[in-house]
Design a protein around this ligand. Structure first.
Ligand SMILES: CC(C)(COP(=O)(O)OP(=O)(O)OC[C@H]1O[C@@H](n2cnc3c(N)ncnc32)[C@H](O)[C@@H]1OP(=O)(O)O)[C@@H](O)C(=O)NCCC(=O)NCCS
Length: 191
């Protein structure tokens, strides 16, 4: 199995959106918003050359964990769920394999401010705790990436860590970092 997403039936509709697995054909559509400076400001790798982006996008593991967010047939964003092992003592390490996930998101800024990212992330959390049976989800961001941590708070994630100047931004230098998390038993979070 490449990713637990393989066990689900796709696409998955939400109130306004459709979530589906990413395919190589989504290269162009995701490049449209991932190449924008306002998107690149905060994402892990600011790939400015199309060929570099293609190589990154078409990587098997990356594609397997990537979902596409569609609005009326248009690609408006993407989501990732990276399934991970939890830390555990050696004797119980088997029980900690593949039990948690790290979330990621990018929304085309021309579709921002309408709650689409919130709606898509809520749906992904529902899948992760529901049909995928994960026990904990986490997400990290720079402290200065306020739209991202506000999104985490809107979906009910808890701020668990504020680290001081531990994260190096390519233009802003050493910045504070935030970690948020949510447990399955805390879901659904009150709106
Ligand atoms: C993080 C990111 C997805 C947030 O986008 P966003 O547009 O703020 O989020 P949403 O689509 O959920 O919209 C929320 C806004 O719509 C408003 N809104 C309108 N209708 C809404 C609805 N039905 N439900 C929820 N919010 C709604 C909210 O009040 C909020 O506005 P506010 O910021 O003025 O309070 C976006 O900034 C982004 O892609 N950033 C670059 C990539 C990035 O940083 N990724 C993470 C790296 S760690």
């Amino acid at each position: 199995m490449r990713h637990p997403f393989d066990t689900l039936d796709w696409p998955i509709p939400t109130a306004r959106l459709l979530l589906r697995r990413a395919t190589p054909d989504d290269l162009e559509a995701t490049w449209t918003f991932r190449q924008l400076p306002e998107t690149q400001e905060w994402i892990g790798a600011a790939l400015t050359a199309y060929d570099d982006y293609r190589e990154h996008f078409l990587h098997d593991e990356r594609l397997a964990e990537l979902l596409i967010v569609e609005l009326d047939g248009r690609v408006v964003g993407d989501l990732t769920l990276r399934v991970q092992d939890a830390w555990a003592q050696k004797e119980v390490a088997d029980q900690a394999k593949g039990v948690q996930g790290e979330l990621g998101w990018t929304l085309d800024p021309s579709y921002g401010g309408k709650g689409y990212a919130t709606e898509a992330v809520r749906a992904l959390i529902g899948l992760a705790f529901g049909r995928l049976g994960l026990r904990r989800l986490r997400a990290d961001c720079f402290y200065d990436n306020e739209p991202s941590w506000r999104l985490m708070e809107r979906v009910g994630m808890r701020r668990e860590q504020h680290t001081v100047k531990d994260s190096l931004h390519r233009a802003r230098g050493w910045l504070d970092g935030l970690s948020y998390a949510l447990l399955a038993e805390e879901w659904p979070a009150p709106k």
